[in-house]
Design a protein around this ligand. Structure first.
Ligand code: CDP
Length: 230
C-alpha cells in the first residue's frame, strides 16, 4: 500500500500526541513528536543558560544539540545528546519556556530541517503546530485538532498525575492559554489551520474514537491515492 504523510496540528493538550501514536501504530507508520524536539531544545537552553535574545548564542548552542528518538516498551523516548530526557522535557518548567524558545527563527529552521528529513520516505505521522503548513505543506492528510479549554486542562492534569506531577487546574489553564497565545501570534510559523486541513473537535471524543476517526481519514486518502494511480 502507498505510504502517506499525516500531519496533525492544533492546540496543546487536545490529544494530538496520543492520537498520532495510535494512528501510527494502526498503520505501521513512524510517529514523530515534533513538540518533544522543541522541548528538548528548551531543556538544553535552560541547562546551558542560553540568552534567547542573543542570536549568536542561540545559533552556537544549536550546534551542540543532537536529538533522537529511541523505542522503549512504553513508546518512543526523546534523547538529547545521548541522554534520555523523556520525563524531564514534560515538566512544568520546560512547558513554561518552550513557546518562547520555539518562536526563535534559528530554532525553527534547524528543527523543521530535521523533521523534513525524518519524513523523506513517508509513512510518518507527525504532530505539532506547523506540520501541515510549513514542515509538510504537501502532506496527503492534514488534521487540525481542537477541544474546549476545560477538557484540555483536565486531560493534561491526568497525564501529569500519571507522571507523579501534581498541578492544580488553574496553573495548567494558565500555561495552556499562554502557550496558545504565543504559538498563534508568533512571526515564525504561527499555529494556524492549513486551508486543506480537516478539523477534529475532540471535546466529546475518547482517545480511541479520535484515533479511529483519523485512521479512517487516512485509509480514505490512501485508497483515493491508489485509485488515482490506476
Ligand atoms: O504536549 P503539548 O501539546 O502541550 O505541546 P507539545 O506538542 O509538546 O509542544 C510544546 C511546544 O512546542 C508548543 O507549545 C509550541 O510552542 C512548540 N511547538 C512548535 O512551535 N512547533 C511544533 N511543530 C511543535 C511544538
Amino acid at each position: 500500500m502507498r505510504k502517506i504523510i499525516i500531519a496533525i496540528d492544533g492546540y496543546s493538550a487536545c490529544g494530538k500526541s496520543s492520537t498520532a501514536k495510535m494512528v501510527a501504530e494502526a498503520l505501521g507508520y513512524i510517529y514523530i513528536d515534533s513538540g518533544a524536539m522543541y522541548r528538548a531544545v528548551t531543556l538544553y537552553f535552560h541547562e546551558h543558560h542560553v540568552t534567547l535574545s542573543n542570536e549568536r548564542e542561540v545559533e552556537k548552542a544549536l550546534e551542540g544539540i543532537s536529538i533522537e528518538f529511541k523505542r522503549h516498551d512504553d513508546g518512543l523516548h526523546t534523547y538529547l545528546n545521548g541522554m534520555n530526557v523523556e520525563d524531564e522535557i514534560r515538566k512544568m518548567y520546560v512547558s513554561q519556556n518552550v513557546s518562547e524558545v520555539s518562536a526563535l527563527a534559528a530554532v525553527r529552521r534547524q528543527m523543521v530541517g530535521q523533521q523534513q528529513k525524518m519524513g523523506k520516505h513517508k509513512g510518518v505521522v507527525m504532530d505539532g503546530r506547523d506540520i501541515g503548513t510549513v514542515v509538510f505543506p504537501d502532506a496527503e492528510l492534514k488534521v487540525f485538532m481542537m477541544a474546549e479549554m476545560s477538557v484540555r486542562a483536565y486531560r493534561r492534569q491526568l497525564e501529569l498525575l500519571n507522571k507523579q506531577q501534581m498541578l492544580n487546574l488553574d496553573e495548567i489553564v494558565e500555561n495552556l492559554e499562554k502557550r496558545d497565545h504565543i504559538d498563534s501570534t508568533r512571526a515564525e510559523s504561527p499555529l494556524t489551520q492549513a486551508e486543506d486541513a480537516l478539523i477534529l473537535d475532540t471535546t466529546n471524543l475518547t482517545l480511541e474514537e479520535q484515533a479511529d476517526i483519523v485512521v479512517g481519514m487516512a485509509l480514505e486518502r490512501i485508497l483515493d491515492d491508489s485509485k488515482k494511480l490506476v
